[in-house]
Structure formats: structure tokens, C-alpha cells
Design a binder for this molecule. Structure first.
Ligand code: ADP
Ligand code: MG
Length: 287
């Protein structure tokens, strides 16, 4: 019977680490036209490492210490990476920290309001000189994420971070295309960085998206057919909720898990391919 076939497919998925929240979710996954992926922590490991520090008029250690002091108030993966890199250093206190999601984090350090944020945010603050901009673009072309330490209208330094793609990401992207699905990367990161990573994985990229922009892109894609959104973070939850099928990547936040229609217990992009295959096989058997 139909319910029995679905129930048995849902338990077969569970045995393979694919958590599907009900028959409707299972049915929907097999007919998506587009699968949108968050970048950080979904297509990539979400553990960026600091690779370069470029100071402007101060020394390298000072850039790292002050950036880390600001990031003490953030739980962003970039914050964790910068704090990890500064481990063992004595940091000044960062007070009154506040986050601008998708842009920057601000804090008061030694009486001055400092920000660590995207080059785009630095530009909006009137702090991006041609010299700093050229340096940022060079690093972004290498697929690195660049953040600026900003003091008022001045960039004190750039920090570049690399986040390696998940081992099976490229293969999974190719498998989805072979199934007739369009894979797409959505990221808040810079366009140059996003394109470099998208090219290496073989999928199209929409970059420089604020959390609300991701939501808008999902709504636009839905006009062309059913859309799944795969993400791991709090900031992905609205886009996942707006999509036809929200899929939470293993190891992500509880909010992503709660919002999702399906979850991958293993942190492998290939789980998405398995979900599509399981859904299609089940529906074929029913029909
Ligand atoms: P993604 O979509 O890749 O997960 P986010 O939307 O979280 O990225 O962030 C987009 C950009 O905003 C980051 O690449 C960075 O430039 C900036 N940003 C956001 N939060 C922080 C932070 N805590 N420290 C430094 N930069 C940040
Ligand atoms: Mg993420």
C-alpha cells in the first residue's frame, strides 16, 4: 500500500542517516528542479582558517589582537577562526559587541569602536582605499574570504580565511546535475570568493546576499519550479522555511534542524543526492 511504501522508505532513510520528517517531505524531495546550497558549513566544512594578515600602518600582531578582541562577541565561524588564530595571545577586552548579520561585528576596544566585517561593509563606511581594495581582491580571487578590521573611516588590516569544500561536494554537485537538478550556491560572502569556490565545485553562484536576500532568491526560484534549500545555520532558517523542501546539513544549528523537512545526520553533501534517489525510487514503486 502507499502509506506502507512511504513508511518503509522513511525508515530505510533513517538507517542511512537521512532523517525525513514525514511522507509529504519524502514525496516533495524527488520532484525539485533546483537545489540551493548555503556555502559556509554546507558546501564547505565551515571551519575557516586564517591564511593571511595584511596590516596597514600598524603591525600584524596588533591587527590580530584587535580583530580577535572584537570577535569575542560573535559566534560566527569567521569569529571562531580568528579567535583560534589568536590563541595564547593576550587580548584587550571587547565591550558592547553587536552583530550586523551578513556584514560585520562591532565592539568597543580600548575606548574605540572597532568593526570586523566584509570589504563591502568597509566600503560603505568610506574606509576602503584603492590600495586596500586591490589587496582584498587579490586574496578573494584565491577563493579566500577577506574581512577588514575597521577603526572609524580607516582599515587597520585585512584578514584572509580559507574554508575547504567538503570532500564529496564536487562529486555530489555533478550527481545532482545528472539527475536533471540545477544546483546553486547562495552566499553572503563576496562575489569573487564565491565564484572561485563555485567554479571549483561546478555550480552557479549568487553572492553578497544578506539573510533577507536569500529568502527573496528562493521566492524567485520557486516561480520556475519546486526548490529545496540546504543549510546549516540560523541565518539559513528563513530561506529553508520559504523553500518547498528545507534540508539541514549534519552538524548544523538546532534552529536549522527544527526548520527542516529533512536532515542529513552525516555532514556529507552526497546525502542530498541519496534523498532525491530514495524519493524517486519510492514514488516509482507506488505508481
Ligand atoms: P555565508 O553566507 O557565507 O555563511 P554570512 O552571511 O554569515 O556568510 O556573512 C557574510 C559576510 O559578512 C562574511 O563573509 C563577512 O565578510 C561578514 N561577516 C559577518 N559576520 C562577521 C563576523 N562575525 N566577523 C567578520 N565578518 C563577518
Ligand atoms: Mg552556513
Amino acid at each position: 500500500s502507499v502509506p506502507a511504501a512511504i513508511t518503509s522508505a522513511v525508515s530505510a532513510g533513517a538507517r542511512r542517516g537521512l532523517l525525513i520528517k514525514g511522507g509529504a517531505a519524502l514525496e516533495a524531495i524527488g520532484s525539485v528542479k533546483t537545489i540551493a546550497f548555503d556555502k559556509t558549513g554546507t558546501l564547505t566544512q565551515g571551519r575557516p582558517q586564517v591564511t593571511d594578515i595584511v596590516p596597514f600602518g600598524v603591525n600584524v600582531g596588533e591587527v590580530l589582537r584587535q580583530a580577535a578582541a572584537v570577535e569575542q562577541g560573535s559566534s560566527h565561524p569567521l569569529a571562531k577562526a580568528i579567535l583560534g588564530h589568536a590563541q595564547g595571545l593576550e587580548l584587550p577586552a571587547g565591550e558592547d559587541a553587536r552583530a550586523l548579520p551578513g556584514q560585520a561585528v562591532l565592539a568597543t576596544v580600548n575606548g574605540r569602536t572597532l568593526a570586523v566585517g566584509s570589504p563591502r561593509y568597509a566600503q560603505e563606511q568610506g574606509a576602503l582605499t584603492p590600495e586596500v581594495k586591490a589587496q582584498a581582491q587579490l586574496l578573494e580571487g584565491q577563493g579566500k574570504t577577506v574581512v577588514a578590521l575597521i577603526d572609524g573611516a580607516r582599515v587597520l588590516g585585512l584578514l584572509a580565511l580559507r574554508d575547504e569544500p567538503r570532500a564529496d561536494a564536487r562529486e555530489a554537485v555533478a550527481a545532482l546535475k545528472a539527475l536533471g537538478i540545477r544546483p546553486l550556491m547562495l552566499t553572503g560572502d563576496n562575489a569573487r570568493t564565491g565564484q572561485a569556490i563555485g567554479k571549483s565545485l561546478g555550480l552557479d553562484v549568487q553572492a553578497e546576499l544578506l539573510p533577507a536576500d536569500k529568502l527573496r532568491v528562493i521566492e524567485e526560484l520557486k516561480a520556475q519550479g519546486s526548490v529545496a534549500m540546504v543549510g546549516d545555520g540560523i541565518n539559513d532558517a528563513p530561506a529553508m522555511a520559504a523553500s518547498d523542501v528545507g534540508i539541514a546539513m549534519g552538524g548544523g544549528t538546532d534552529v536549522a534542524l527544527e526548520t527542516a523537512d529533512a536532515a542529513l545526520l552525516r555532514a556529507e553533501v552526497g546525502g542530498v543526492v541519496e534523498l532525491v534517489q530514495l524519493s524517486r525510487a519510492t514514488l516509482t514503486n507506488i505508481k
